[in-house]
Design a protein around this ligand. Structure first.
Ligand code: ATP
Length: 200
């Protein structure tokens, strides 16, 4: 089975694009959502997070204390990197297991960070969703009710879109100039053909 990654800058429309593939019957692993769940269910991850950030990282009912964790890691780049070093490998393992359980010609992993971690090594094709910076800022401000400064701060965690495009196999332009669905349909046909050519 072909393993396809979808990535792109914050607010580029990765999730929106991944949902169109889902409508075509292609299973999608949403890595950011999965990582949040892993942080609350994987005993080894929980223990490492507690060692790094203290027992306060979890509430008495076992759920992640998001406010506390966000406050700690966003003030301290080193802590954020340490936390990522715990959660990223665990999410990569989980995604790999999930991929093994899929029975379609191809399956997708959607993640904000693919090139920034070693995640892209495990994928056969990578799609970058592109939208201009100003549009992305406007979308995220509207979606999350946050300031432009907050969106720009989150953008700093990701590589520049120009670099992502150069590293990608395919690009989907979600710039409100070009229609997105025909681009998805084109890639869908391409991936089905590629999957057909691969030894099973
Ligand atoms: P993040 O990295 O923050 O999770 P993302 O890349 O997954 O962002 P989406 O959540 O898919 O981006 O899109 C960001 C916002 O922009 C959403 O509210 C979505 O509905 C909206 N959006 C995305 N694409 C379009 C489009 N072509 N037209 C109008 N709105 C769009």
């Amino acid at each position: 089975m072909l393993k396809v990654g979808i990535t792109g800058g914050i607010g580029s429309g990765k999730t929106t694009v991944a949902r169109i593939f889902q409508l075509l019957g292609i299973p999608v692993y949403f890595a950011d959502q999965a990582a949040r769940s892993i942080m609350q269910t994987d005993p080894e991850v929980i223990s490492q997070v507690k060692t790094l950030l203290g027992d306060e990282a979890y509430l008495p009912d076992g759920t992640l204390n998001r406010v506390y964790v966000a406050k700690r890691v966003f003030q301290d780049q080193w802590l954020l990197e340490q936390l990522n070093a715990i959660t990223h490998p665990a999410t990569i393992r989980d995604a790999e297991n999930w991929m093994k359980q899929q029975h379609t010609p191809y399956a997708i992993k959607e993640a904000a960070l693919l090139f920034e971690t070693s995640a892209f090594h495990y994928l056969d094709r990578i799609i970058v969703v592109y939208a201009p910076r100003a549009l992305r800022i406007q979308r995220v401000m509207q979606r999350d009710h946050v300031s432009a400064e907050e969106v720009k701060r989150r953008m700093l965690q990701q590589i520049a879109p120009e670099i992502a495009i150069r590293l990608a196999d395919d690009v989907i332009y979600n710039d409100e100039q070009r229609a997105v669905i025909p681009q998805v349909l084109h890639l869908h046909q391409q991936f089905l053909a590629m999957a057909n050519l691969r030894p099973s």
